[in-house]
Design a protein around this ligand. Structure first.
Ligand SMILES: Nc1ncnc2c1ncn2[C@@H]1O[C@H](COP(=O)(O)OP(=O)(O)OP(=O)(O)O)[C@@H](O)[C@H]1O
Length: 209
């Protein structure tokens, strides 16, 4: 049965005396596919970051699985949720070293699956040679796909996707969107300006209206 996984309760966000979010309330059930739409600066990314504890509300509470988030249980949330940032310049060095580092952490040790990596490289149309290239030298779309592959290998079932298709061509966008939206068990909260995310099973929430 579907239950409430994430709840935003009476959320207000102010930055430097500017009101960004005014009394936002939302319950996200397990398996829901949510799309946050809204003008640039309306607070979409900030709403995603609240769930990871990367931003904090000025007022209001966030619940995950019935628990009010605090500085202790946020670590449990981070083990279950994956946030893919819209900022791509978060890694450096050869791509293979990035995978090695991420999957050397104790919590991720058992997540690395070479067969899955090979499968995702092919599915997302990346040449195997990319593993030897420097991340800095990749195109925006290549970086975006590497970040997506890392997230998929981490094998979560809640994904917070912050403009993850902005550098992809039409065909690749469709593949990425279908991959995420097509998994009925995953809970998705997507922040995007791209109408392609507005599929039948996506619930669109306008932020800043
Ligand atoms: N740490 C911060 N300190 C001050 N202002 C911030 C901070 N984080 C976000 N903001 C401001 O809050 C507003 C909302 O930012 P946010 O990135 O959430 O918007 P967005 O809707 O995701 O925008 P975009 O569509 O351009 O990605 C912006 O005006 C931004 O400058």
């Amino acid at each position: 049965m579907s239950y409430v996984l994430v709840e935003y309760r009476n959320i207000h966000i102010d930055y430097e005396n500017k009101k960004i979010i005014n009394n936002f309330n939302l319950k996200v059930k397990k398996g829901d596919k949510i799309l946050f739409k809204g003008r640039s600066g309306s607070g979409k990314s900030t709403l995603l970051k609240l769930i990871m504890g990367f931003s904090f509300p000025s007022e209001g509470l966030i619940y995950f699985n019935g628990n009010c988030l605090d500085c202790y249980n946020i670590w449990e949330v981070r083990e279950q949720v994956c946030y893919i940032s819209q900022y791509l310049d978060i890694w450096e060095g050869p791509v293979t070293n990035i995978f090695d580092e991420i999957f050397s952490y104790r919590k991720n040790l058992d997540k690395f699956d070479r067969n899955k990596l090979e499968y995702f490289l092919e599915y997302f149309d990346l040449d195997h040679k990319i593993l030897q290239q420097d991340y800095d030298e990749l195109s925006g779309g290549e970086k975006q796909r590497i970040c997506i592959i890392i997230a998929l290998l981490l094998d979560r079932d809640v994904y917070l996707l912050d403009e993850i298709t902005s550098s992809l061509d039409q065909n690749m966008k469709e593949k990425v969107i279908n991959y995420f939206v097509g998994n009925k068990d995953w809970t998705l909260i997507v922040a995007s300006h791209d109408n392609q995310w507005e599929m039948d099973n996506m619930k669109v929430i306008n932020i800043g209206d």
